[in-house]
Design a protein around this ligand. Sequence first.
Ligand SMILES: Cc1cc2nc3c(=O)[nH]c(=O)nc-3n(C[C@H](O)[C@H](O)[C@H](O)COP(=O)(O)O)c2cc1C
Length: 239
Amino acid sequence: MSDSSLFIPVILGTSRQGRQSEHVAKFIVEQVALRDRLETELIDIRNIAIANDDDDAGEPLKDPQFSATMERADGLIIVVPEYNHGYPGLLKHILDTCLKEYIHKAVGLCGVSAGPFGGTRVIQNLLPVMRELGLMTIFYDLNFSNVQKLFDESGNLLDKPTYIRRMEKFMDELVWMSTVLKYGRQEVSLEKKDSIQVNTHASKPCPEIAARMGADAMDTVLQVSRNAQTGEVKATPVT
Ligand SMILES: Cc1cc2nc3c(=O)[nH]c(=O)nc-3n(C[C@H](O)[C@H](O)[C@H](O)COP(=O)(O)O)c2cc1C
């Protein structure tokens, strides 16, 4: 891929047999692939084998292939069905296995529902999760309501022109955000002169560590610095 091209995979966020979201995800992959300078692929969470009875959750359960794909991605599309107004637990379990792979990357959300609201409620519930993962949500969503009526038996979308039109704005925004953030990740340094301003969750306020250091927990951001001679790494509260 050339430097101006983008890799934007599509996550199919349910493993349910008979899932309608699969038709939606396949339609989206097909449309993304038609765009210039975009590469995509379908990530079916059914194919990601991670433990669900382990002592751990989150990063210790990382799947190497999923992690590598998230690392390479410049942006993401998540197709998420609405289950009791929330997102499928398995989708969250899998998303939780990565963290630094997502940081400063754009994400577009696509809600799918049997009801009339097109997954708007699941999208609202997913927003804080996206933020905590370091992903930047775009301000257009895709909504597939009454999804059981939208596709024929072979999974072909019945009213393609309507959804192609809706996807235009969504994709324009996602491509713009992904391009800007890719430029930022490559060109805008977060390093300061004598210290590393860590571009990860380590530079977020951490009440627990701050409290242990006797600092005012809620307002404290820790700056991590490294002594150039000794290599010693030290965390100091930034006021
Ligand atoms: C456990 C569960 C809960 C659901 N809750 C909702 C809901 O809150 N609102 C809604 O519109 N549809 C709800 N549905 C219907 C799904 O939105 C519907 O199955 C749709 O096709 C998308 O999910 P799918 O990809 O699994 O088919 C629910 C389905 C399941 C399996």
